[in-house]
Design a protein around this ligand. Sequence first.
Ligand SMILES: O=C(CCC(O)(O)[C@H](Cc1ccccc1)NC(=O)c1ccccc1)N[C@@H](Cc1ccccc1)C(=O)O
Ligand SMILES: [Zn+2]
Length: 543
Amino acid sequence: MWVETVKYPWSTYKDPDIKRQFKLMSVLGTDALPEDKLKKLDEIVSAMESLYGRATIPEYGDNNLNRTLSLEPDINDILDKSTDVNELKHVWVQWREATGKKIRPMYAEYVKLSNEAARLNNYTDNAEFWIRGYDVDDFRPRMEHLWNQIKPLYLQIHAYVRRKLWELYGSSVITRRGPIPAHLLGDMWAQSWERLDDFTRPYPTIDDVNPTSAMINQNYTPKKMFKVAEEFFTSLNLSAMPQTFWEKSILEKPNGRDLVCHASAWDFYDSNDFRIKQCTSVNFMDFITAHHEMGHIQYFLQYKDLPFIYRDGANEGFHEAIGDTIALSVSTPKHLHKIGLLPKTSRTYEADINYLYKIGLDKVVFLPFGYLMDLWRWNVFKGLTTEDQYNCDWWKLKYSYQGIEPPVTRTENDFDPGSKYHIVGNVPYIRYFVSYIVQFQFHQALCEKADQFDPKNPTSKPLHECDIYQSKNAGNAFKDMLKLGSSKPWFDAMELLTGQREMDARPLLNYFNPLYEWLKNENKRTGEHLGWETNKKICFKKD
Ligand SMILES: O=C(CCC(O)(O)[C@H](Cc1ccccc1)NC(=O)c1ccccc1)N[C@@H](Cc1ccccc1)C(=O)O
Ligand SMILES: [Zn+2]
C-alpha cells in the first residue's frame, strides 16, 4: 500500500507505534520502479531462479547412461560420500557450468535495476537498502569487527582440517600451508564442512554422533522428521503446526515436476495458511534444516495477530536464528539419545571435543562464507566490483576470508557467485551471518531460563551440553520475544530475551572454547601453519 506522506505527515506524529507503522509501510522497495523497469527486474530474477532450479549436470565417468544429476539429492549425495577427487572436481565444475556461467549475462542488468529501485527509496545503492533493517549506521564495520573476533578460531579449524585432508589426499592434491581446494570440503560452496566429520574428527575411535543411520533404520519419512521437530516446539509450550500446514506443505521433491528445491517457508498473511517447501532426504542434515524452516513458521505463528506491517522478524537475522537456536539443543548427544536417534552417550572429554568439532564444522566454518556473500554483493552494488571483475573479486574474497581456492583455473567467462541460490534468487545473505552470532546469544539466554547454564559459573553446566527440551520457562521467554515481530526495534527484542541490546560474539566463543584450546594444542603439536599463502594467480581475464 502506497502511503502519501503529504496526506499523512507521519514523520511529525507523536505516537511512536503509529509512526513506526507508517515508516515501515512507506518503504516501497522495487515497487518504486516505473512499470516497465519493475517488469524487467522481475523477469530477470525469475529467469535466473528458474535456470538455477532446472539445472542438472552430466553424470561423472564415461558410462553411456548419460543420466543427469540434480543438486538435491544427487550431487549432495556425491559430496557426502565420494572421496574420488576427480568426481568431486567434475561435480564442482559442471554445477558452475550449468548455473553461474549461464546466469552471468543477466546479472549486470539485475544490479543496475536494483540500484535504481534503491535510489528511488532514497538509499544511495541497493547495499544500503538491504541493510536498513539493522538500524545502525555503522553496520558494515560492526560485521567486520565480529568477524575479527571469530577469525582466530576459524584459523585453527582451517589448519586442522587442511592437515586431515592432506593426510587423506596427499601433497599432489593439497598442501599444508596453502588455501584448501574448494571441491574437497563436502559442500558445493564450501560454506559448511560437517560432511567431513566422519573422517576428520579429533577422536575417531569414539562412536560417531551419526543419527542418519538410526533415522533410516527407524523408517523415518520426511513427514516424521517434521513431526518430531514440531514436538520439540510444543514441548516448550510454543505452537503446533496448523492443519493447513500438513495439508499444503511440500516436504518431498515431487517426482517429475520441476521445482526450485531450495528450502523455504511461506506466510500467506491470513493468520492461518503457513507452509514449508523442502526437498527432504532422510538424513540428519535435512532433519536440522527442517528445524530451521520450522523456526520461520513458529515466528509466523507467534506474530500472526499483529498488524500486517509488524508480521516480520525483529531483523532478518532473527528470522534465520529461531530454528537454528532450537537445533542447538536438538543436536546434543543427550537429546538425540532421548529421542532414540543415538544408542548411548559417553560424557567424556573426548566425546565433548568430538561434538564441539562437529558443530564447529557447521557454525564456525560458515561465518566467513556468510560474511563474504554480501561483502561481494555490497561491492557490486556500490560499483567497487565492476562487471569485468565479478569472478576475480569473488575468488579474492574466498581466498582472503575462507582460505580456499578453486580446483581449476577460473576466468571472467565464469560466474561462480551465480552457483549459489541466494545470488540468483535475489536473497540477501548477511542475515545468516547475523543469525549464526545471535543464535548463541539466544541459546545461552534460553539455557539460563531452563536452568541449564549459569553465567556466574559457566563451566559448571557447559553451554554445549544444554538441551532446553520441555522447558516451559525457556519456551515462554522465547515466545515473548517472537510475539513482538517487528513491532519494536530489534535491540528491544534482543534485550527482552538476553538482557543485552547488542550482537555479541562472546556466547559463540565461550561455547567453542574447549575446542579452541584443543585445536591450538593439536596444531602446535603437528607444527601446523596458521593461515594460508599462495603464489598462484587468482584472476584471469575473459579468454
Ligand atoms: O537458505 C537457507 C535456508 C532457506 C531459508 O529458510 O533461509 C529461506 C531462503 C529463501 C528462499 C526463498 C525466498 C526467500 C528466502 N528463507 C525463508 O524461507 C524465509 C526467510 C525469511 C522469512 C520467512 C521465510 N539457508 C542458508 C544458510 C544456512 C542456514 C542454516 C543452516 C544451513 C545453511 C543456505 O542454505 O545457504
Ligand atoms: Zn531461513
